[in-house]
Design a protein around this ligand. Structure first.
Ligand SMILES: Cc1cc2nc3c(=O)[nH]c(=O)nc-3n(C[C@H](O)[C@H](O)[C@H](O)COP(=O)(O)OP(=O)(O)OC[C@H]3O[C@@H](n4cnc5c(N)ncnc54)[C@H](O)[C@@H]3O)c2cc1C
Length: 287
């Protein structure tokens, strides 16, 4: 199918893009990599009056190391995130997860800002933003906002972004020393969206867990954290029994849907196994 008619602006500056969104009465969409937006246009799921292309705006991409965090510009392509030494060094879990994001061609064009703004519940980057306590920076005619990832994702394909806001960057606070990680994903074919994906970090001191994070994708309307399961691990020496106990909490609390990729029961079953294994691997109990 072909997209419905729209007017197109190739913005040269952030201000120009923000002005265009402000003047559009909510009838404009930002165009970044186009890897989700263009299929939605072609399927006539969206019919915006304007597309505001942000690809030519200087300074919206790139990865910077800044005082205890990494700052990633919204237009940073998935392939850049996947291959960046700064990311591999500070967040090897992100590097590992990127190879599960679609296929090479999509990763060549798709952007981190687009992935977060699109907010597919089965997407890897929104889940990692939740896991890593990311903050998301936006800009509109009213000024800048910083939104915590936990407040950003509101539902399936729904976020806290206003129609006149542009997502400009995401900031990832670095993890404490002695943090292990694990990323587990089941999809029907390589490059497909996750049937279920689990990301875990475990920080340990003196053989005890001081911080634990568990995030899931593909099993709810948004990426989800499980604070109760995380809390059961803190202060403990993590072994297989602890991992299984935390995984049982996650399995019982998650509310997956059935769809063509898999039934709710199958997803719940997967979650139990993937979380137990993820905790085990992140804690280094299994190499
Ligand atoms: C075949 C295929 C398989 C895929 N598989 C996966 C997968 O396994 N995992 C996965 O995570 N993704 C997958 N994707 C999606 C891909 O990662 C997209 O690149 C991503 O979801 C959107 O990024 P984009 O830059 O292309 O955004 P676009 O398509 O340009 O935009 C997507 C949405 O975000 C809005 N938007 C974009 N940038 C901004 C911004 N800076 N500020 C405000 N709003 C903005 C747009 O208006 C639009 O609503 C797949 C895509 C395809 C085509």
């Amino acid at each position: 199918m072909k997209p419905p008619p729209f007017k197109y602006l190739a913005a040269r500056t952030l201000d120009e893009a923000i002005d265009a969104l402000a003047c559009s009465d909510g009838e404009a969409k930002v165009l970044a990599g186009g890897q989700s937006l263009v299929p939605m246009l072609n399927f006539r799921l969206l019919e915006p009056a304007w597309l505001v292309d942000i690809n030519r705006i200087p300074g919206l991409d790139g990865i910077q190391d800044a005082a205890g965090s990494l700052h990633i510009g919204a237009l940073t392509r998935h392939k850049t995130t996947e291959n960046a030494p700064l990311i591999a060094d500070a967040f090897p879990i992100v590097t590992a997860a990127m190879s599960h994001v679609a296929h090479f061609g999509v990763r060549n064009r798709g952007t981190i800002g687009g992935s977060l703004a699109h907010a597919d519940p089965a997407a890897e980057l929104p889940m990692l933003a939740m896991l890593l306590d990311a903050s998301i920076t936006t800009q509109s005619g009213k000024g800048k906002r910083t939104i915590a990832a936990k407040d950003f994702f509101r539902g399936s394909l729904a976020t806290a972004l206003e129609p006149t806001e542009i997502l400009t960057a995401v900031t990832l606070p670095k993890l404490p020393p002695a943090t292990g990680w694990s990323f587990e994903e089941i999809s029907r074919r390589p490059g497909d969206f996750a049937v279920a994906a689990v990301a875990v970090t475990i920080t340990q001191q003196g053989g005890r867990c001081t911080d634990a994070r568990i995030a899931l994708a593909g099993v709810g309307a948004t990426p989800i954290r499980f604070p109760q399961a995380e809390r059961t691990l803190i202060g403990q020496t993590i072994d297989a029994a602890m991992a299984n106990a935390a995984a049982a909490i996650v399995r019982d609390q998650c509310e997956p849907q059935s769809d063509l990729q898999g039934s709710a029961d199958y997803r719940r079953h997967l979650v139990g196994h993937l979380v137990a294994r993820g905790i085990d691997v992140a804690a280094g109990a299994r190499s």
